[in-house]
Design a protein around this ligand. Structure first.
Ligand code: PGA
Length: 277
């Protein structure tokens, strides 16, 4: 594992093999993800934390709420930036990501509402909103730790296939694969076809990335992202360019990885992982 100094900032990490950790089930994978976040918050109480939504993260947030309740994990100085929001959905819409975050994390911990940020999908001028969001991330000192899921389209955030590897925060059209994946949250009604997302370039500027993928439906895309070529067709593959990226998967999501045994060996051998084994 890379030595990491949250205080030293952007150039603290000079080494950079991607860290791929296979956990036996979804529960353990989510727990380890939450533990890494909790440890980062303890090391740097003013952590700028990039957050993600989706079914995958629900358990992670449950654990963080538990760590807050039982182990006094303190979010009072943490600042958060979410990756994305649907265009047209106000905060009070239960299908908006602002609502999701309130439900799953914010109302369970002592984070200050004014320290939680999501793009405003109802802004009348989406371009200015995207620029405002980018600038806000910058003026907050940049993201220290970016939590990420991966969609079946290969997206991180809503960076669908063709997203430039240097893309920035913008409004974008969701791919048919993503619409099929997320329609379940919208029942019979049509889901928004557009969203604001931070860019691949924005994500790559975070000091550390932490991706979690669970279940057999993610196996193919995980293998493409981690072991395939870097391509704008699979935005998650851009994480191969990141100097400090940790990926946690359960056995099902790891199923198509070719070098599984090597990744297991690294996790078992590296002393820095001892506290997490
Ligand atoms: P999921 O979504 O957690 O609901 O699978 C992840 C994503 O699409 O990024």
């Amino acid at each position: 594992m890379c030595a990491w100094d949250w205080q030293a900032g952007k150039n603290a990490v000079v080494c950079g093999p991607m860290e791929i950790i296979i956990q036996e089930n979804a529960e353990r994978a989510a727990r380890m993800t939450a533990k890494l976040i909790a440890d980062a918050v303890r090391e740097k109480p003013t952590l700028v934390l990039g957050l993600a939504t989706g079914g995958t993260m629900e358990k992670v947030y449950e654990f963080l709420a538990e760590f807050h309740a039982k182990d006094s994990l303190d979010f009072s100085r943490v600042v958060t930036f979410n990756l994305d929001e649907y265009v047209g959905l106000p905060a009070e819409d239960p299908r908006s990501y602002r609502y999701y975050m309130e439900e799953h994390l914010f109302r369970h911990v002592n984070i200050k509402p004014e320290n939680t940020h999501l793009p405003d999908g109802t802004a009348s001028d989406l371009k200015s909103e995207c620029q405002r969001y980018e600038e806000l991330i910058k003026s907050s000192g940049g993201v220290d730790l970016q939590l990420l899921g991966v969609g079946r389209s290969g997206h991180i955030g809503f960076n669908e296939p063709l997203s430039a590897l240097r893309s920035r925060t913008r409004a974008t059209t969701l791919s048919p694969v993503t619409i099929e994946q997320n329609q379940i949250y919208f029942g019979e009604s049509a889901m928004p076809s557009r969203a604001i997302t931070v860019g691949v370039g924005t994500i790559l500027e975070s000091r550390r990335c932490l991706m979690l993928a669970l279940g057999k439906q993610k196996a193919a895309v995980v293998a493409k992202a981690l072991e395939g070529p870097i391509s704008s067709m699979i935005s998650a593959s851009a994480l191969q360019l990141h100097p400090h990226c940790t990926v946690i998967v359960d056995e099902e999501a790891a199923a198509d990885l070719k070098e599984k045994e090597y990744y297991r060996l690294i996790f078992k051998t590296e002393p820095d992982w001892e506290a997490y084994r």
